[in-house]
Ligand binder design. Structure first.
Ligand code: C2E
Ligand code: CA
Ligand code: CA
Length: 624
C-alpha cells in the first residue's frame, strides 16, 4: 500500500512539472522530495508496526493455545509474563505468577540447574534444562527451553517454554530401576552390585575398616522348583530375599545375581570374623523352614566369603567369593568358606580328579573296603559297612569324603553308587554263602542324597539284590538326616525301599535336625550314632547326655543303635553301659580290603572268637 502511494504521488509531480517555470519547478522538486521522503518514512514505520502487530499476535496466539507454559522473565529474574496454562503447571493463575521471582518456584536442589540455564540464555543461545517446580504440596519435573527475545520489542525478555515431564521422569526412574534391579525380588542386580562394590572400594579408607563380599547359593532350591513348580520357586526366592534383608545390617547391599544366587556387600567390617558371623546368621535364617503354597519346605545355603582388596576390581572380588562358595557347597553343604588364593589351584585339581574319576568308573577301578560292625558285648561280627575306595594312579588313595564330594557335585555319584551296591551285594552274598561265621552277616551300603532322588533307585537296589542273590533283609541302606528332610516324596521312597525287604539306617545321627518327629513317621530300623557323640563317651569331664538320649530313644522306638568311630576300650565299655549293643570303629578294625576282611574275620579258627581281647586281632591298621 505505501508503495502504491509513492508511485501515484510521483506521477502527480511529473504531470504538474511540465506547466511550470524553472524557479518554481526547483521549489516544487524540493517539496516533492521532502514529501517522498516523508511518505517512505511513514511506509517503513507502518511496516514495522505491522510486523510488530503480526509477530506479537502470532506470539500471543501460539502461547495462548499451547499446552506448554510460556514465561518471560526479565534479566533480574522477575517473571513479566505467564501464559494461561501456567495454572495447570503451578496451580497459580497467570496474574499471580507475574511479578514473582522465577527461582521462588524452583526446587532448592535444582537452583544450580536454573542458574546455569539463566546464564546460558543470557549469552544468547538456546538452552534446555530440567528442574522441579512446586505445585501445592508436590514437586513437578519440568523441561525448560530458552529463547532470547530481549531485543524483540514488545517482549524484551528471555522466554522459557516449560513442559511437565513428570510422567517421562517416572518412566525413566522405573526403567532405571528395572535396569539395576531384579524384578522378582526387587533386590539389586549384578550390575548395580558391581557398581556398589566399585564405589565402596573407592570410598574405603586406606588401612581402616574392611569390605567383604558374600556369594550365596541356595541348596535344594531346584528340588522345590521341580516338584512344586516355578511359581512356588519364585515365592521361595522372594521369601529368601526378605530373610536375607533381615540378616544383614541396614546399609549392606543385597543382590540377586540370577537363579538361586545372591550376593551381599559388607562395608565397614572390622575383619573376616564379622563376615563369618553374618554368614552364620544368614544360614540360620535360610535354614528355617519356609511355607510355600501351604507346604513346609526346607532349603539350605552355601556361602563364599571374600575380602575385597582396595586394589581389586569388583568382578574379581565377586569371582573369588563365588569360588569360595563353590568350596563351601562341595565340601560341606549349608556352610560357608573363606576365599583363599590356593582355591584356584584346588579347583584345577578338582577338575582333573573329576575327569580321572569318570575314567576310573568306566574302567571299574572303584574298590570297596569293609569296616566290621561288631556286637559290643561279645566282639562277634555283626556286619560290615561298605566304604568306597579309589586309588588314583598318581595321587594314591583319594580321601573318600573328597571323592564323594566330587561325585555328588558332578552326578557321578549315581554310577559310583550303583557299582558299590552291585559289588558289595555280590561280596556279602558270597561271604554269607561260603563262611559259616558270616552266615548272618549284614551289609550296610551308604546311599547318597542324589541317588536317593534318582528314579532308577528302586531298580538299582532290586537288581543288585537279584543278581547277587543277597537276602534283602541282609542289606541296610544308610541315609543321612539331611536326605530325609530334603523332599516331599521321602516317605514314598522309603516305603518303596522297605517293600523290597531291605532295612534302613539313619547315618551320622544327631548332627542334623533337632526335630525328631520324623523318626516316628519314617520306617527306620537303625540309628547310627555319629562319631562326634561317641567321642564324648568315657571322657572324664564330659557327660554323654546325647548318646544316652539317643540310645534311650532307640529303645523306645524299637530302633537298633550302632555307635560309630569307637577308638578306645573305655568308649566301648561306656557305650555298653549306656545300653548300646552294636558298634564299629578303629578300636575293632578300620575299613578293610575284601581279602583282608576275609582273612582277618572269616578264616580265623572257630574257637578264636572276637572276645574282648580281640583288640590285638584288629589293631588299628592303616586304611588301604
Ligand atoms: P560314614 O558313612 O560315616 O562312614 C564312616 C567313616 O568313618 C568312614 O570314613 C570310616 O573309615 C570312618 N571311621 C570308621 N571308624 C572310625 C574311627 O574309629 N575313627 C575315625 N576317625 N574314623 C572312623 P571314610 O571311609 O573316609 O568315609 C567317609 C564318608 O564318605 C562316609 O562316612 C560316607 O559318608 C562317605 N562314603 C564312603 N563310601 C561311600 C559310598 O559308597 N557311597 C556313599 N554315598 N558315601 C560313601
Ligand atoms: Ca555310613
Ligand atoms: Ca556315619
Amino acid at each position: 500500500m505505501p508503495a502504491v502511494v509513492v508511485v501515484v504521488a510521483c506521477g502527480v509531480v511529473a504531470t504538474d512539472a511540465a506547466s511550470m517555470g524553472p524557479k518554481s519547478f526547483a521549489g516544487f522538486l524540493v517539496i516533492a522530495l521532502v514529501v517522498l521522503t516523508l511518505i517512505r518514512r511513514m511506509a517503513s514505520v507502518q511496516r514495522e508496526v505491522d510486523h510488530l502487530v503480526s509477530s506479537e499476535s502470532r506470539f500471543r496466539a501460539l502461547v495462548q493455545q499451547s499446552n506448554d507454559v510460556t514465561l518471560i522473565f526479565s534479566p533480574d529474574g522477575t517473571i513479566t509474563y505467564a501464559s494461561p496454562s501456567v495454572e495447570d503447571l503451578l496451580g497459580l493463575s497467570a496474574s499471580d505468577v507475574v511479578g514473582s521471582a522465577l527461582s521462588g518456584h524452583v526446587h532448592p536442589e535444582d537452583t544450580s540447574a536454573l542458574t546455569w540455564f539463566v546464564r546460558g540464555a543470557s549469552e544468547g543461545g538456546t538452552v534446555i534444562a530440567e528442574w522441579r517446580v512446586r505445585r501445592a504440596e508436590e514437586w513437578i519435573w519440568t523441561e525448560n527451553t530458552s529463547t532470547d527475545l530481549r531485543e524483540e520489542p514488545g517482549i524484551e525478555g528471555i522466554v522459557i517454554t516449560s513442559r511437565d515431564i513428570s510422567e517421562r521422569r517416572s518412566l525413566e526412574a522405573q526403567l532405571t530401576h528395572q535396569a539395576f534391579h531384579d524384578s522378582l525380588t526387587r533386590l539389586a542386580n549384578r550390575s548395580l552390585f558391581l557398581n556398589r562394590v566399585a564405589h565402596a572400594i573407592a570410598r574405603a579408607p586406606r588401612g581402616g575398616r574392611q569390605l567383604a563380599v558374600l556369594f550365596l547359593d541356595l541348596d535344594g532350591f531346584k528340588k522345590v522348583n521341580d516338584s512344586l513348580g516355578h511359581a512356588a520357586g519364585d515365592e521361595l526366592l522372594v521369601a529368601c530375599a526378605s530373610r536375607l534383608a533381615t540378616s544383614v545390617r541396614p546399609g549392606d547391599t543385597i543382590a540377586r545375581l540370577g537363579g538361586d544366587e545372591f550376593a551381599v556387600l559388607l562395608e565397614g567390617i572390622t575383619g573376616l570374623p564379622d563376615a563369618e558371623q553374618i554368614a552364620e546368621r544368614i544360614a540360620t535364617a535360610v535354614n528355617a523352614s519356609f511355607t510355600v503354597r501351604g507346604r513346609e519346605v526346607f532349603v539350605g545355603v552355601s556361602v563364599g566369603i571374600a575380602e575385597v582388596g582396595l586394589e581389586q576390581s569388583p568382578e574379581v572380588a565377586l569371582r573369588n567369593a563365588d569360588l569360595a562358595m563353590y568350596f563351601a557347597k562341595s565340601r560341606h553343604k549349608g556352610r560357608y568358606a573363606i576365599y583363599e588364593p590356593t582355591m584356584h589351584q584346588e579347583l584345577v585339581e578338582w577338575m582333573e580328579l573329576e575327569a580321572d574319576l569318570r575314567a576310573a568308573i568306566s574302567a571299574n577301578e572303584i574298590a570297596i573296603a569293609y569296616q566290621p560292625i561288631v556286637h559290643l558285648a561279645t566282639g562277634r561280627l555283626y556286619g560290615a559297612e561298605a566304604l568306597v575306595r579309589w586309588r588314583h594312579p598318581k595321587r594314591g588313595l583319594v580321601e573318600p569324603s573328597r571323592l564323594i564330594a566330587i561325585a555328588e557335585e558332578t552326578g557321578l555319584i549315581i554310577p559310583v553308587g550303583r557299582q558299590v551296591l552291585e559289588e558289595a551285594c555280590a561280596q556279602a552274598s558270597a561271604w554269607r554263602r561260603d563262611h559259616r561265621r558270616a552266615e548272618s552277616l549284614r551289609l550296610s551300603v551308604n546311599l547318597s542324597g542324589r541317588h536317593f532322588q534318582e528314579p532308577s533307585l528302586l531298580d538299582d537296589v532290586r537288581g543288585a539284590l537279584e543278581r547277587s542273590g543277597l537276602e534283602p533283609s541282609a542289606l541296610t541302606l544308610e541315609i543321612t538326616e539331611s536326605v530325609l528332610m530334603q523332599s516331599e516324596s521321602t516317605l514314598t521312597t522309603l516305603r518303596a525301599l522297605k517293600s523290597l525287604g531291605v532295612r534302613l539306617a539313619i547315618d551320622d545321627f544327631g548332627i542334623g535336625y533337632s526335630s525328631l518327629g520324623y523318626l516316628q513317621r519314617f520306617p527306620i530300623d537303625i540309628l547310627k550314632i555319629d562319631r562326634t557323640f561317641v567321642d564324648s563317651v568315657a571322657l572324664a569331664d564330659a557327660d554323654p547326655v546325647l548318646v544316652r538320649a539317643i540310645i534311650a530313644l532307640g529303645r523306645t522306638l524299637r530302633i537298633e543303635t550302632i555307635a560309630e568311630g569307637i577308638e578306645r576300650l573305655e568308649q566301648r565299655d561306656g557305650l555298653q553301659e549306656l545300653g548300646c549293643e552294636l558298634g564299629q570303629g578303629f578300636f575293632f578294625a578300620p575299613a578293610l580290603p575284601p581279602a583282608e576282611f576275609d582273612r582277618r574275620l572269616l578264616h580265623e579258627s572257630e574257637d578264636k572268637r572276637l572276645t574282648p581281647d580281640y583288640g590285638s586281632a584288629f589293631t588299628p591298621a592303616p586304611v588301604s
